[in-house]
Design a binder for this molecule. Structure first.
Ligand SMILES: Nc1c(NC[C@H](O)[C@H](O)[C@H](O)CO)[nH]c(=O)[nH]c1=O
Ligand SMILES: CC(=O)[C@@H](O)COP(=O)(O)O
Length: 139
């Protein structure tokens, strides 16, 4: 059984709740345990995972959050830099699923976050577990 850390960037409560429900359900359905830590926004997610890695308590990580385009270039910074940080950790051999949505509007985010629709939280959890499987196979 693997122990998975969910790092949720809680910028939009109602959207995060759906992502979390999907991720937790997918981890539990696969027979694994999980815990959750909350950070203020997507930009903090890679740093939180990097800190958690130092504890050696977790086998895999799921990053959850929602970035919705606003009026300024900030959208690109938050979207691209959170993904870049997560990808850097992935390339270090950490099993991570990236469930940080980057959308043009709230309707796109609702469709993707809802476990009964696109279930991107569940998808990110499954990706983390798939990478853990590969890590154990090749490690
Ligand atoms: N605009 C969004 C943010 N912005 C906040 C940053 O992620 C960060 O917390 C802040 O700059 C302090 O370092 N975060 C999201 O998750 N979603 C957004 O739409
Ligand atoms: C991530 C964003 O684009 C958004 O939350 C920030 O909005 P704005 O560019 O209008 O400040």
């Amino acid at each position: 059984m693997a122990h998975v850390l969910i790092v949720e960037a809680r910028f939009y409560d109602h959207l995060n709740d759906m992502l979390l429900a999907g991720a937790r359900a997918a981890i539990e359905a696969a027979g694994h345990s999980h815990e959750t830590v909350t950070v203020p926004g997507a930009l903090e997610a890679p740093g939180a995972i990097a800190l958690a890695m130092e504890t050696d308590r977790y086998d895999a990580y799921v990053a959850l959050g929602v970035v919705i385009r606003g009026e300024t270039y900030h959208f690109e910074i938050v979207s691209n830099e959170s993904a870049r940080g997560i990808m850097a950790l992935t390339m270090d051999g950490i099993a991570i699923g990236n469930g940080i949505l980057t959308t043009e509007n709230e309707a796109q985010a609702i469709y993707r976050a809802d476990p009964a629709q696109a279930d991107k939280g569940g998808g990110a959890a499954k990706a983390a577990l798939a990478m853990l499987d590969l890590k154990q196979r090749f490690g």
